[in-house]
Design a protein around this ligand. Structure first.
Ligand code: PEP
Ligand code: MG
Length: 317
């Protein structure tokens, strides 16, 4: 399987029956982009822009941001680049962005909430992304959405900056599904979002009420919990109602046991760790949609993540 995967490294990924599944990579630096392309990634489904903002005394300038995003877009050679707006918070502090000490940073000022608290920072980042050429290669993704007005506020900034830069074409703006609120209202979000991408790391933490950074519970956190899978199913249904696609950019997309279930639930884009892209493409190519759908339906009826894992191992065997 591995050899076959390498031979077809650059080919677009299709299931055994021909259904198209995009296999993208998550990037956290410029260097990652080259590895992703070498591994056959079809694009980037999550650029974590934090690397540009953390461990420094001042925010990156507009010019610096544009140069970095442009370099990554160039390294991807025209492939789609989904840039996530800054996602930092009390747990990942930047000295120039004072966030008061919080009792529950995971429930506090983080994700897009930080952007709204620092509007100039948000606007500068959006401007830097919109300056990347060619227009349209970059798409914007909003982290930690809990309701539609947050998407509208971002869209307003995007449209204002777009007008200012004289960009006539619409810019694709998608939402991350990381809160239970977003998952269960996915149909409402999909009316206005261009795409939905599930951040299973956070969605799992919030669905199970288990802090992903707390070693006392981290071992029990598993995105294959039926509660999380049901939220992903709901997300896919809501997105499909408005002809939007659903991706997964959280850790579950890099879990080979999870991939057939995700595809069976209706996920059509997987954004994984670059190193795993060849294996994921080979796995997807071997899967039939009917089998994945039946497998996913069975997973939704399991009582725990452990049961889902047993089922997933049997499916693979
Ligand atoms: C996630 O929450 O699944 C995600 C992709 O974002 P991060 O891991 O950067 O919080
Ligand atoms: Mg997240």
């Amino acid at each position: 399987r591995r050899l076959e995967a390498q031979a077809n490294a650059a080919a677009p990924c299709h299931m055994a029956g021909g259904e198209r599944i995009e296999v993208f990579a998550n990037l956290g630096s410029r260097a990652d982009a080259e590895v992703a392309v070498a591994n056959g990634a079809e694009g980037c489904g999550l650029l974590r822009t934090e690397f540009l903002f953390l461990e420094r005394e001042t925010a990156p300038s507009l010019a610096e941001q544009t140069a970095e995003y442009q370099a990554i877009a160039d390294a991807l050679g025209g492939r789609s680049l989904i840039v996530r707006l800054l996602d930092i918070g009390g747990d990942k502090p930047a000295p120039y962005l004072p966030i008061p000490a919080e009792e529950n940073p995971a429930l506090g000022l983080r994700g897009i909430r930080v952007g709204f608290a620092h509007p100039q920072l948000l606007e500068d980042q959006i401007r830097a992304i919109l300056r990347v050429q060619p227009i349209g290669q970059c798409r914007i993704m909003v982290p930690m959405i809990a309701s539609i007005d947050e998407l509208r506020r971002v869209r307003e900034v995007v449209d204002r900056v777009r007008a200012e830069l004289g960009i006539a074409d619409p810019v694709s703006v998608g939402v991350m599904i990381e809160t239970p609120a977003a998952a269960v209202t996915a149909d409402l979000l999909a009316r206005e979002a261009d795409f939905l991408s599930v951040g299973t790391n956070d969605l799992t933490q919030y669905a199970l009420a288990m802090d992903r950074g707390n070693p006392a519970v981290a071992g029990a956190i598993d995105g294959l919990h039926p509660a999380v899978l049901r939220m992903i199913a709901e997300t896919c249904r809501g997105a499909a109602r408005h002809d939007r696609w659903t991706g997964v950019c959280g850790g579950l997309a890099s879990d080979l046991l999870a991939v057939p279930i995700l595809v069976g639930l209706g996920v059509t884009e997987l954004s994984a760790t670059a190193a795993l892209v060849p294996e994921i493409k080979a796995l997807v190519a071997s899967l039939s949609m009917d089998a994945c759908r039946a497998h996913a339906a069975a997973a939704l009826q399991c009582g725990s993540a452990a049961e889902v894992r047993i089922l997933a191992r049997e499916f693979r065997a």
